[in-house]
Design a protein around this ligand. Sequence first.
Ligand SMILES: O=C(CO)COP(=O)(O)O
Length: 249
Amino acid sequence: MARRKIVAGNWKMNMTPSEAVELVNTLKPLVANEEVDVVFCVPAIDILPVVEACKGTNIQVGAENMYYEEKGAYTGEIAPGMLTDAGVKYVVLGHSERREYFAETSETVNKKMLKAFEHGITPIMCCGETLEQREQGVTMDFIRQQVKVGFQGVTADQAKTAVIAYEPIWAIGTGKTATTEQAQEVCAGIRACIAEVYDEATAEAIRIQYGGSVNAKTAPELFAQNDIDGGLVGGASLKPEFGQIVNYK
Ligand SMILES: O=C(CO)COP(=O)(O)O
């Protein structure tokens, strides 16, 4: 069975709550495509107003991060139960910006993955190499490691529902999209890694997105690749252009 495409916006640290509602109202009619899963991953403070503004639409709301404990003395963190109670269905985990600026490791990402599944939140687990790693020819080794550690202890049934976002770090926010061939090659490699860790059925079911300077021009060709099941979109998710990306066909 063909995998359903999933196009998610990652707003990053943009949009105040009132701006967020305005943006949702602008994008709502533009992303009304029932054939694609549409997700807005938004800053924590925007979650409640965005969930409210998305009621009755095809848009699902995601968080950009989450902590792996249930509750307690973790000042500044957000618990999985808080997200589900607010109406969150997805969570971005292990984005390269969190790995780089907030010391996230594949081990902490793994703890968050397990917690997300426990709470019925679908993780969008990010992975991707630096330019240096690509030039050294270690891209796939590095990504396989990120995936293997990230999925430790995750069951095959859980993994089937997960989303992996392949985001080459050198393509994020740089306007430098990976070529379709580069993106397809790594996404296929990630699927092969899932088949090795689990089985063919899990590899066939799991959805793998490409992220990194996706725009209305590059989306159609990228999303048409065998192993690319949609995109994780940064900058362009804050603009009406996101509607064209969702309606890439
Ligand atoms: O990091 C990204 C999405 O998570 C990609 O961001 P850009 O689309 O702005 O390059």
